[in-house]
Design a protein around this ligand. Structure first.
Ligand SMILES: Cc1cc2nc3c(=O)[nH]c(=O)nc-3n(C[C@H](O)[C@H](O)[C@H](O)COP(=O)(O)OP(=O)(O)OC[C@H]3O[C@@H](n4cnc5c(N)ncnc54)[C@H](O)[C@@H]3O)c2cc1C
Length: 382
């Protein structure tokens, strides 16, 4: 067992950190206020390979591992969680489905442009009546000759405001439970007749991220757009979410570390009762406690990433990492606002945004309650 990052990982971590500080930090506040992601920043993420990190060079990826991807997610989320989710949904949800289940032809045609920076991907699973319980899905796809016609609506599709493609899940067999009747399709979101993308849904946090309702009205897709076997969609979606939860855990670690760093910086300067507030033992002990929890969350996240890289059963480890790290992120952000007093509560300081951003890590890609279902399900309790 080795808790040290390799020289390559340290170098990559430094590159991600420098990019985050110089390119993302200056825009984070404004993007949150505008509730829109900066297109020029998105273009830079594409240009510098942020959208293909843990995928083979053969298909246009960076050829790095999942651990490197978590380092990226932590560094960008330290300064802007919206950038974190933009990268994460594209990488862990959309691209993993095509990478793991696509044919060679589909990988060349659909995965390559997503990994080499030409296109952005999204993932459409959640519906108004199908959130934690995916089996409530009502979006359907029926055969028309060799083609399929998709009808339905997906809510909360991250990246959909600018994404080129979406991996969409639709019921193709109503006579069996959705776990066996769901099929994955690769749909072009731009210029496809019948596809409508709503305005950005107004939200509490990660407000710069794109998150819309996508409606599919008699959308015709050709057979080459069916991803994996017909009826295997549930398994494909659950596998993608296992990957995704490692990214969200890393996002939560990043938000937490970013918020604690802000509180530390502030507490060195802010004087009350004639002393910097960081000189009070109460503040020091609380900061020590927060850093300990962040480190524990980070190690759990790395453990899950290494398990994925080693092709082990990483699903429960990813769920544990997400459950713990998201809880830590919320606790640390609440602390950071408290430690900065009234100033922490003001928009001028980033911890106000970070506290709003932290909440979503307990909800998306499976709520904390769903994480407990995944973990307890792996524990052979009965
Ligand atoms: C900002 C944002 C981005 C998102 N991005 C995407 C995306 O890109 N693609 C996508 O497909 N989806 C996306 N989602 C959807 C997200 O994954 C769902 O919101 C989440 O899975 C929860 O579903 P729900 O909102 O329908 O809540 P519900 O399932 O209605 O849950 C409500 C509450 O009930 C609890 N609950 C439900 N069932 C049980 C149970 N059996 N036992 C105990 N408690 C239970 C939940 O834990 C939760 O606390 C996104 C959501 C948001 C808000």
């Amino acid at each position: 067992m080795d808790f040290h990052l390799s020289k390559t990982h340290l170098l990559q971590q430094q590159l991600f950190r420098t990019f985050a500080e110089t390119e993302i930090r200056p825009l984070a506040k404004e993007m949150d206020e505008n509730e829109a992601y900066d297109p020029a920043l998105l273009a830079k993420l594409q240009k510098y390979g942020f959208l293909g990190i843990p995928y083979s060079r053969e298909y246009g990826g960076a050829g790095a591992d999942t651990l490197t991807y978590t380092l990226c997610m932590e560094e960008v989320s330290k300064v802007d969680a919206s950038t974190g989710i933009t990268i994460s949904v594209h990488t862990s949800l959309c691209c993993s489905c095509i990478n793991n289940y696509g044919t060679e032809e589909q990988k060349q045609k659909f995965l390559r442009p997503l990994l080499d920076g030409r296109q952005v991907g999204s993932f459409g699973l959640t519906e108004t009546n199908a959130g934690s319980d995916v089996q409530g899905a009502q979006t359907v796809a029926v055969r028309d000759g060799d083609d399929w016609i998709i009808n339905g609506s997906k809510i909360f599709t991250t990246n959909s405001g600018f994404a080129d493609v979406c991996v969409v899940f639709a019921i193709t067999d109503r006579t069996v439970p959705a776990a066996k009747g769901l099929t994955a399709f690769i749909v072009d979101l731009k210029n496809t007749p019948g596809v409508t993308v709503s305005e950005n849904i107004e939200r509490m946090g990660i407000r710069a991220a794109s998150n819309c309702i996508v409606t599919y009205d008699h959308v015709r897709v050709t057979p080459d757009r069916v991803l994996g076997p017909v009826g295997r969609g549930f398994k494909i979606a659950m596998g993608a979410l296992d990957c995704g939860r490692i990214g969200i855990a890393a996002q939560a670690v990043g938000i937490a570390q970013g918020a604690l760093n802000e509180a530390i910086k502030y507490g060195k300067e802010r004087k009350q009762f004639g002393k910097p507030i960081n000189s009070f033992q109460n503040t020091q002990f609380k900061m020590a406690e927060m850093q300990t929890k962040i480190d524990a969350a980070r190690l759990m996240t790395w453990r899950a990433a290494l398990a994925e890289d080693n092709h082990e059963n990483f699903g429960p480890l990813a769920a544990m990492a997400k459950l713990f790290a998201s809880d830590v992120a919320n606790e640390v952000c609440r602390f950071a606002v408290q430690a900065m007093g009234g100033y922490g509560y003001c928009r001028e300081y980033p911890v106000e945004r970070m506290l709003r951003d932290a909440k979503i890590t307990e909800i998306y890609e499976g709520t904390s309650e769903v994480m407990k279902m995944v973990i307890s399900g792996s524990m052979k309790l009965k």
